[in-house]
Write a protein that binds this ligand. Structure first.
Ligand code: GRF
Length: 197
């Protein structure tokens, strides 16, 4: 049976595109929601023929207002959406949307979590001097990049690398593992870690 997916993105939207184009099994991207009217993802949605909506975020900068989360939770439930994929969403989800979709919200993060959560994970890893970086798909809980891990992929840091070249190779891996993790979830086969914190 088809699983309707809503993708939430604030930026360029390359992971959104990967989810539309990739093999997500019974998962189908139904709608793109964005909190940024200038998001590249909006243009991509138009090109890909996917419906999109601007998601008014409320008065906060790093999260959504409660009323706005409530509205979108109701909107997505009514639409029959069963899985939410965060793809470069620059806000945390904490309230009614997380409650309504607990265990059914995924995120992609450009580091091997639990190392380097938060902003500019690729820069954090590069500046730390790690030899192996990577990316992670995880379920979203009420922390920042802390939920149960579903899939990870490593990327070897080369001597010639700078922050951006590393980030580019990580992004290529992101596009591979996100559809895989979504497919596993939609087939009921996602195997994920326990979170100890
Ligand atoms: C990706 O690196 C993703 O891991 C992070 O934000 C970036 C979004 O890129 N959460 P894009 O908009 O999908 O191209």
């Amino acid at each position: 049976m088809e699983t309707k997916i809503a993708v939430l993105a604030s930026g360029a939207g390359s992971n959104f595109k990967a989810l539309v184009a990739g093999d997500t099994g019974p998962g189908t991207v139904d709608i793109l929601l964005t909190d940024n009217k200038d998001a590249g993802a909006l243009k991509l949605a138009e090109e890909l023929g996917i419906e999109s909506k601007y998601l008014y975020p409320g008065k906060y900068k790093t999260r959504f207002g409660i009323v706005e989360e409530e509205f979108w939770a109701r909107f997505l439930i009514h639409r029959g959406v069963e899985l939410i994929c965060l793809a470069g969403l620059m806000r945390i989800i904490k309230g009614p949307l997380l409650e309504a979709f607990h265990g059914r919200i995924m995120n992609i993060h450009p580091s091997l979590l639990p190392a380097f959560p938060g902003l500019d994970a690729q820069g954090q890893a590069f500046n730390y001097g790690v030899k192996v970086a990577g990316c992670t798909v995880h379920y979203v809980d009420n922390g920042t990049d802390t939920g149960p891990i579903i899939l990870q992929e490593s990327v070897v840091v080369l001597e010639s690398d700078h922050r951006d070249s590393l980030a580019e190779r990580i992004l290529t891996k992101e596009h591979e593992i996100y559809p895989k993790a979504v497919k596993a979830h939609c087939l009921g086969r996602a195997v994920y870690s326990k979170v100890v914190r």
